[in-house]
Design a protein around this ligand. Structure first.
Ligand code: ARG
Length: 486
């Protein structure tokens, strides 16, 4: 036996009755989830209060025992809030840790709390309860993100920039139109978060270990007390379902993808190559060696953090693949990815809105870039097509014109009346736009970049956001109320 294989013993466990020996310390360390599931402690205790209260009301345990348990659990919540509650590795997990603390406080009566319940339904109920609130917070952060972008759009209602395809200048667009494209993405994220929230908001408690319970429990009462809108209808599914966690991780991954795309634009726009945009010094970083540097580190981190958000999603998809029903200890691995994704997304949504609010655009630079590289060529072809030239032929005529201008070092604005007339007879009496504003204003189809369309879209986005703000406020109040002692 090598040194590191020396026997070391752990401590007695709640499940130790059938064992003739205490667990090995290495099993104890490997098995324990206290290092991370401590984060579920408030939800765990609050869930136990609802469970104990129901056990008393149903006569499953004596009313006075239920009262003692409930009072002890509220005291534990006070300890948690005062930072006086701690777990050790011998507690194994937060659920047994809370019960251990209750026993220290009220004695053997604490042992009645776990009647008609299992850690299998307890843990997933805690995770649902925890995730439900965090999804609301994420929706709140997305709301702030949208508001900051819409305010920025409103500050620049007529600024024009080149729109890109393949990162090559394509057609002029309003800066506000570009910013509002991100608002559209983040609004979809809010929708996804709310859908994940609805699938999360289901009571799992009462499923017991896997098959339900022989005690006359009242699940509707527990659901009402914990603010769950539904009660799970299959006990096997309830204890083994992690779909809602995957929904949350997937929504977080998409938020990360959108933040990373916005980040990439911020990085490009603030670069010396573009010089479109500037961020306030207080949201920028410098270099330890190059005194002149001003870097957009927040945006680079925003771009980079999508990696861990995708990784967390892949981790849980992989963990759950092929698991037989019902609970398996593998599922303990759901928590760290969930916590990490929620923390990561909330941190991004905390810093990006105030950072984006400090953005200023160099309107002249952007306007000049918007008409460079023949970005008005489509408008010229469209003019021919509107006069009856088949669009394909018009495209070809203007394509040749662009080629000729490039060869001669000219822009459309340099061409004489005679040159225009020679390109196509239509141009003898009419001319395509050579300014970006005319081009942008012409794109007046629904959802296009014309100022009126952009203003209308912004109005629709703002009213959608008003509804989101109301929902977030209501839900946060509802969650907070669950923790005020009546
Ligand atoms: N710590 C476990 C988890 O995080 C709780 C459920 C344990 N259940 C069990 N039968 N061992 O999933």
């Amino acid at each position: 036996m090598s040194d590191n294989e020396q026997a070391a013993t752990g401590s007695a466990k709640a499940w130790g009755g059938r064992f003739s020996d205490v667990p090995d310390a290495r099993l104890e360390a490997f098995n324990a989830s206290v290092g991370f599931d401590i984060r579920l402690v408030r939800e765990d205790v609050r869930g136990s209060i609802a469970h104990a209260d129901m056990l008393g009301a149903q006569g499953i345990i004596p009313e006075e025992d239920a009262t003692t348990i409930v009072r002890g659990l509220w005291t534990i919540l006070d300890e948690v809030d005062a930072g006086e509650f701690a777990l050790t590795v011998s507690d194994e997990d937060v659920h047994t840790g809370v019960e251990r603390r209750l026993r220290e406080m009220i004695g053997a009566t604490a042992g009645k709390l776990h009647t008609g319940r299992s850690r299998n339904d307890q843990v997933i109920n805690d995770v649902r309860f925890w995730t439900r609130r965090r999804l609301v917070e994420i929706a709140g952060g997305l709301h702030a993100m949208c508001e900051s972008l819409l305010d920025l759009a409103e500050r620049y209602p007529s600024a024009i920039m080149p729109g890109y395809t393949h990162l090559q200048r394509a057609q002029p667009v309003l800066v506000a139109h570009h910013l509002q494209a991100y608002v559209a993405m983040f609004l979809r994220d809010i929708e996804r978060v709310r859908q994940a929230w609805a699938r999360t908001n289901v009571l799992a408690l009462g499923s017991a270990a896997l098959a339900g319970t022989t005690y006359p429990i009242d699940r509707a009462r527990v659901a009402a007390e914990l603010g769950f809108d539904q009660v799970s209808m299959n006990s096997l599914d309830a204890v083994s379902d992690r779909d809602f966690v995957i929904d949350a991780l997937s929504a977080c991954a998409l938020v990360g993808m959108h933040v990373s795309r916005l980040s990439e634009e911020v990085i490009l726009w603030t670069s010396g190559e573009f010089r479109f945009m500037e961020l306030a010094d207080r949201f920028s970083t410098g270099s330890s060696i190059m005194p002149q540097k001003k870097n957009a580190d927040i945006a680079e981190l925003g771009r980079g953090k999508s990696g861990r958000l995708y990784g967390n999603l892949m981790a849980l998809l992989t963990i759950t693949k092929g698991l037989p029903l019902a609970f398996n200890k593998d599922m303990q691995e759901d928590k760290e990815p969930l916590f990490d994704s929620v923390d990561t997304v909330l941190a991004m949504l905390d810093v990006f809105p105030p950072m984006m609010r400090t953005a200023t655009f160099r309107e002249d630079t952007m306007a000049a870039a918007a008409v460079a590289d023949f970005t008005l060529a489509t408008d010229a072809a469209d003019l021919l097509a509107k006069r009856g030239v088949p669009f394909r032929e018009a495209h070809h005529v203007i394509g040749e014109l662009v080629g000729r201008c490039i060869a001669e070092g000219k822009t459309f604005a340099d061409l004489t009346d005679a040159e225009w007339a020679e390109i196509h007879p239509v141009f003898a009496d009419t001319r395509p736009p050579i300014d970006a504003w005319t081009s942008v204003s012409g794109r007046d189809s629904i959802g296009g970049t014309a100022p009126e369309q952009v203003r209308r879209t912004r109005g629709a986005q703002q009213s959608q956001l008003a509804g989101v703000r109301e929902w977030v406020t209501d839900q946060l109040e509802r969650e907070n109320r669950l923790f005020t002692r009546s």
